[in-house]
Design a protein around this ligand. Structure first.
Ligand SMILES: Cc1cc2nc3c(=O)[nH]c(=O)nc-3n(C[C@H](O)[C@H](O)[C@H](O)COP(=O)(O)OP(=O)(O)OC[C@H]3O[C@@H](n4cnc5c(N)ncnc54)[C@H](O)[C@@H]3O)c2cc1C
Length: 357
């Protein structure tokens, strides 16, 4: 009991808000580097969205050189994310997962999956690692407020507050809100003076009123192609891959990647030519499916307000960002999880340097 007399109220070195892909990876890196951290997660379990990825199989990265990865991501995201990717390339993510005992499967095009074919293998491995490293996990515990104070931040939940020296916002985008990503991080960041780029759907299907397409609902064509056309009918962007017929229009990787390119560049007035199974459709009024159904959110915390080397806010020292809460996104194929992991690692390394100073 004598010990109690010596107790002092100390801040946690790092509070991670969000236990999704970026938050779990950040906590794993923090544990590896012996940085005291605490994870707050809105849902009862970690990684709800990750469990849904690639139809539950989790295409966690693409095994290509960083230069190829960045070319595929495209501007304006690629140059901003380059430093984080160079420090945490796909191959080091693969090594890290292997070191957790996860067997990996590589597709001929470089897409990487757990060999089990189950996203749960990766989510459970992160959970086990955090448990074994005694990382405190506050699940079922949405953060409701964030206030900078003299020596860090007050992180508030409905029932208690925590004093943190540094905070990492890893609360995700706005799609599939039932997984917990409802836009809280963007609200906290806006309240603390950051610009928020408008959030819109990325990697989503296109609504096309066409009875012939609706009649083929459920049909999938592996070797489809989609082309974005300029006013003269010339292709300005194209993507190869799956095209799937839905009762509302077309989905699949080829459609998603063109839709993302258009949304990222704000070019919604353009038309698209989509070919699949010997059929070709030219679509003029391009109506994307809603953000809540999108694979990724385009928009979020402005890249200009965040240092790309450290992921630290340029407005609030000690506040860091990782993953989809930021205005970053990539094409289908493992790019978005990799961006979440790489930005998370960059943030934790920077927190460690800040704690040393
Ligand atoms: C259907 C689908 C399939 C996908 N497939 C792939 C794929 O195969 N490959 C790929 O690379 N990407 C894929 N993605 C995209 C990928 O899942 C996301 O880009 C990635 O999960 C983003 O990670 P994140 O940590 O930023 O956000 P999330 O994984 O969404 O995690 C954010 C977490 O923060 C928590 N949170 C939010 N607010 C609070 C709060 N106030 N307090 C506490 N916790 C909070 C949420 O509950 C959530 O768990 C897919 C997405 C979807 C929807």
């Amino acid at each position: 009991m004598d010990n109690l007399k010596k107790l002092k109220h100390e801040p946690v070195p790092l509070a991670i808000i969000g236990g999704g892909a970026a938050g779990m990876f950040a906590a794993a890196v923090a544990a590896e580097r012996k940085i005291g951290c605490l994870v707050f997660e809105r849902k009862v379990r970690l990684g709800a969205k990750m469990l849904m990825t690639a139809n539950g199989r989790c295409n966690f990265t693409k095994d290509v050189p960083v230069a190829t990865f960045l070319r595929d991501v495209g501007e304006p995201v690629a140059s901003w994310a380059a430093a984080a990717l160079q420090s945490c390339p796909p191959q080091s993510i693969m090594r890290g997962l292997k070191s957790l005992g996860i067997r990996l499967r590589r597709m001929p095009d470089g897409r990487m999956f757990p060999d089990s074919g189950q996203a749960a293998t990766i989510v459970h491995a992160f959970g086990d690692l955090l448990r074994d490293q005694d990382v405190p996990l506050c699940v079922n515990c949405p953060v409701t407020g964030l206030q900078p104070v003299k020596n860090g931040f007050i992180v508030a939940t409905a029932h208690f507050t925590v004093w943190a020296q540094n905070v990492l916002l890893a609360t995700g985008g706005l799609s599939f809100p039932k997984t917990g990503s409802v836009g809280d991080g963007q609200d906290f960041a806006r309240y603390l003076g950051h610009r928020i780029e408008p959030c819109r759907a990325g990697l989503t299907g296109l609504e096309i009123r066409d009875r012939a397409i609706a009649a083929q609902t459920g049909a999938r064509f592996e070797d489809g192609e989609a082309h974005v056309l300029d006013a003269t009918g010339q292709t300005v962007f194209s993507a190869l891959g799956e095209v799937e017929c839905e009762d509302w229009g077309l989905s699949g990787a080829a459609v998603y990647n063109c839709q993302r390119w258009l949304a990222r560049h704000g070019l919604n007035g353009m038309s698209m030519r989509i070919s699949f199974g010997g059929q070709t459709r030219t679509v003029r009024a391009l109506i994307p499916r809603p953000l809540k159904e999108a694979i990724v959110t385009i928009g979020g915390v402005s890249r200009e307000d965040v240092d790309p080397e450290t992921m630290m806010s340029r407005k609030v020292p000690g506040l860091f960002f990782a993953g989809e809460v930021l205005d970053i996104d990539g094409p289908t194929g493992g790019y978005n999880l990799t961006l979440a992991f790489a930005t998370a690692r960059a943030a934790v390394v920077a927190v460690q340097n800040r704690l040393r100073d």
